[in-house]
Ligand binder design. Sequence first.
Ligand code: FMN
Length: 213
Amino acid sequence: MDTKILRDLSYGVYIATTKYDNKNVGCTINSVIQVTTNKIAISINHDNYTNKCIKKNNMFAISILSEKSNPKLIGTFGYNSSRDIDKFNDVEYEYILEIPVIKDTLGYVVCKVVDIIEVDTHTIFIGEIKECNKYNNEIPMTYLYYHKELKGKTPKNAPTYIPDEKEEAKENKKKNIFVCRICGYKFESDLDELSDDFKCPICGRGKEFFEKI
Ligand SMILES: Cc1cc2nc3c(=O)[nH]c(=O)nc-3n(C[C@H](O)[C@H](O)[C@H](O)COP(=O)(O)O)c2cc1C
């Protein structure tokens, strides 16, 4: 069985959001499907704070990233927990049906939870669409774009995580590869060192957070 075939499934990149206890919460997700004309499903890991908060509120939104969206959104929402930080601090958002949606995206879909399916590590939330709108006509960011253009990695809590992903790096022997310890962003360089002002384009951390592999 070659589980690498699963990497050939196609996805987009989204921020799933909700509100609980007067606090805006959310996380980066790739797992969104349209189930019927007026229902979508998202898959959220049991360990994610967003999971608990959607169960409490029974409402969630997805904001759909475009290729023009700031990639830092992926890091802020995908490599931190709303348990620890306010992810919305430096992010422009607005409330739709009292759920925060992110403005630096191409639009949003707001849903009421109508069904919940527990599957091993993840909960599938089925949401009935209550409101949706486009902000612009930019090109939606695909998961492939995230991997190939932004050199992003799949974190442990994403359903698409495959444990041996580090093996990919070993295949590239010609260049030095620097990996961000926070978000897993990989930077390839002919040089042995990163420059002092180097910043991770995904999570914004500096050169000291990078490890050469
Ligand atoms: C590109 C990307 C895709 C992700 N996809 C999912 C996903 O589909 N489902 C999920 O549960 N977590 C996914 N994650 C991981 C969560 O975003 C991450 O665990 C986050 O820190 C959870 O935050 P929270 O504790 O505030 O909910 C993804 C992360 C990234 C960077």
